[in-house]
Ligand binder design. Structure first.
Ligand code: PLP
Length: 432
């Protein structure tokens, strides 16, 4: 996150009345007023290219015209705005579309459990399902994993700053090194295997193994297909469910609807949120194989389970982008552009730089949080909103809307490269 630029004047209300828990706003000192596609506009009519995209909640950009129109129509005809989990036409239409366009073509028999409308609530539900389905308590999660900040999910989150906020012991999770955590030459699944096999490893038989295929908040660590497959096998061998937290990496971010689609695995449980509504509306969703769908009615209750407005836009998003492979092909093209730009960025930063991520979820570890912050800060001055990720915020992370027109995409990347050149140049001059 770019350095806190203490707000003054018109920003003073935020300082005075908004909790210190606010975060992203500290780095981007302006008053956003409008957004369309991949651009944000502030109250001075300055436009910014948005490479943050609500942290991958806006994979289809801001205010997609078709989703917007469907929502306006729904509201205009007094469609249900809030319906608890009653049967509504909006939910029925969403379920049918999701079954037809997402589940059936992928041969998935999963059921849909609507949770409270946040990612962390979906993760809570996933963990409960696994524990109830197996009668076991322990859940294996990985170093640098991020799964949300409510207590159950926070126990599975690695980040010490977030964990510290709990103020209570976080239980029920065993931590294992993620792919690459011990360096390139260590296959960490051998550690997992040894611990699961050994009755004296101190690791209780797990209810589930939970992972992100690309760790979004944890620094864009992308697991290899072989690694994920081995983890899936170990889960099966040891009677644990496989949970893929696809909240950030899903909905096309890695180039396919689910991030694990090309890995040949079949997760028992999948969590989704962020871009699942398509429009940036809150929505949490758990996909669970029927045999593990063990929560009783209202056992994982929530007043806002599902979100009728989100059902409307989520249905349009799937119809519009996932009815055939046109969008996927566009993503593959964009991935090439992004990957080329990341090579360039790494070249500018120099030997210490490391390429991170996969698909359209890529970035560069520039070696320090300070440098990453400086680059993002400079980019913002030049009209680009872009953020950092990783345990020390050391990764410059690109999460452009997947729908960004090629020209805008290139323009945003050029701004970023220019910002990086200037910052690196300044450092060189200062050192001389
Ligand atoms: C963002 C995120 C969450 C938490 O979602 P919230 O809506 O912020 O609660 C969980 N898991 C992953 C992988 C995420 O990226």
């Amino acid at each position: 996150m770019p350095k806190d630029q203490t707000p003054t004047g018109e920003y003073e209300i935020f300082e005075r009345r908004e909790s210190e828990a606010r975060s992203y706003c500290r780095g981007f000192k302006t008053m956003f007023k409008k957004a369309s596609g991949s651009e944000l506009t502030d109250d001075k009519d300055r436009t910014y290219i948005d490479f943050l995209a609500g942290c991958s909640s806006l994979n289809y950009g801001h205010n997609d015209p078709d989703m917007k129109q469907a929502l306006i129509d729904h509201i205009s005809r007094d469609g249900i705005a809030h319906g608890l989990d009653l049967h509504t036409d909006a939910k029925s239409d969403f379920l049918k579309t999701f079954e037809e366009k997402i589940l059936k073509p992928r041969g998935m028999d999963h059921k849909l459990m609507f949770t409270g409308p946040t990612g962390t609530n979906a993760v809570e539900a996933a963990m409960k399902l696994a524990r109830n389905a197996t009668g076991r308590e322990n859940i294996i999660a990985f170093t640098d994993g991020f799964h949300g900040v409510t207590l159950g999910a926070l126990a599975a989150t690695g980040n010490g700053y977030h964990r510290g906020g709990a103020g209570i012991t976080l239980n029920g999770v065993t931590r294992v090194p993620f792919d690459g955590y011990m360096g390139e030459n260590c296959d960490t699944t051998t550690i997992l295997e040894a611990m699961l096999q050994d009755g004296s490893s101190g690791v209780d038989a797990p209810a589930a193994i939970m992972l992100e295929t690309v760790q979004g908040e944890g620094g864009l660590n992308a697991a290899s297909t072989e690694w994920v497959q081995r983890v899936a096998e170990l889960a099966k061998e040891h009677g644990a469910l496989l949970i893929v937290d696809d909240i950030q990496a899903g909905c096309g971010r890695t180039g396919t609807f689910f991030s694990f689609e090309k890995m040949g695995i079949e997760p028992d449980i999948i969590t989704m949120a962020k871009s699942v509504s398509g429009f940036g509306l809150p929505m949490g969703l758990v996909l669970v194989r029927p045999q593990h769908d063990v929560m009783g009615p209202a056992e994982h209750n929530g007043t806002f389970r599902g979100n009728t407005h989100a059902f409307v836009t989520a249905r349009v998003a799937i119809e519009k982008f996932w009815s055939d492979d046109t969008f996927e092909k566009e993503l593959a093209e964009k991935e090439k552009i992004l990957s080329g730009a990341m090579d360039e960025l790494a070249g500018i930063v120099g030997d210490t730089a490391r390429l991170k991520g996969r698909g359209l979820m890529r970035g560069v570890d520039v070696g320090s949080g300070e440098l990453a912050e400086e680059i993002c800060g400079r980019a913002f001055e030049k009209g680009l909103v872009v953020e950092t990720s990783g345990s020390d915020d050391e990764v410059v992370k690109i999460l452009a809307p997947l729908t960004t027109p090629t020209e805008t995409f290139r323009k945003g990347l050029d701004i970023l490269l220019e910002a990086a050149r200037e910052v690196v140049e300044n450092h060189k001059t200062a050192a001389e």
